[in-house]
Design a protein around this ligand. Structure first.
Ligand code: ZN
Length: 139
């Protein structure tokens, strides 16, 4: 199941592109693997309305970014942070963590410690974008 989901989302990402309107943007780099990603988000009234990503990465980083983009829609930045906390513990292999099913497929990453950074790159990128509050200001 793990490989199937990852391969499917890596080959046919549903959320590649740029969020419109783009209120937050972040770039992430994983030199260990060569993954480079740009994540854009559209936040309105404290709710994440769209998340998109672009860039070049391995199958795991692409699939993770795609599923993350899907799961963050409708969430608040705080909820995004706690989802990532669970996701990170899941892929880093610290016990049983309650995460949404879509993210649970990444538990397979545990077996490949080198790939943890691939799986978490998009999350680090989106959270730093959300925290920095790179909101487009009209003032
Ligand atoms: Zn990678």
């Amino acid at each position: 199941l793990y490989l199937e989901m990852v391969t499917d989302h890596a080959k046919n990402p549903r959320h590649r592109g740029k969020a419109e309107p783009c209120t937050h943007i972040g770039t992430g780099n994983n030199p260990l693997c060569g993954d480079k990603i740009v994540v854009t988000a559209s936040v309105n009234d404290g709710i994440i309305e769209h998340v998109k990503f672009d860039g070049e990465g391995c199958a795991i980083s692409t699939a993770s970014a795609d599923l993350m983009a899907e799961i963050l829609v409708g969430k608040t930045p705080d909820e995004a942070t706690s989802l990532f906390t669970g996701f990170h513990e899941l892929v880093a292999g610290k016990g049983n963590i309650d995460v949404p099913k879509k993210l649970a497929v990444f538990s397979g990453v545990r077996e490949f410690p080198m790939r943890v950074k691939c799986a978490t790159l998009a999350w680090h990128t989106v959270l730093s974008a959300l925290e920095q509050g790179n909101e487009v200001s009209t003032e």
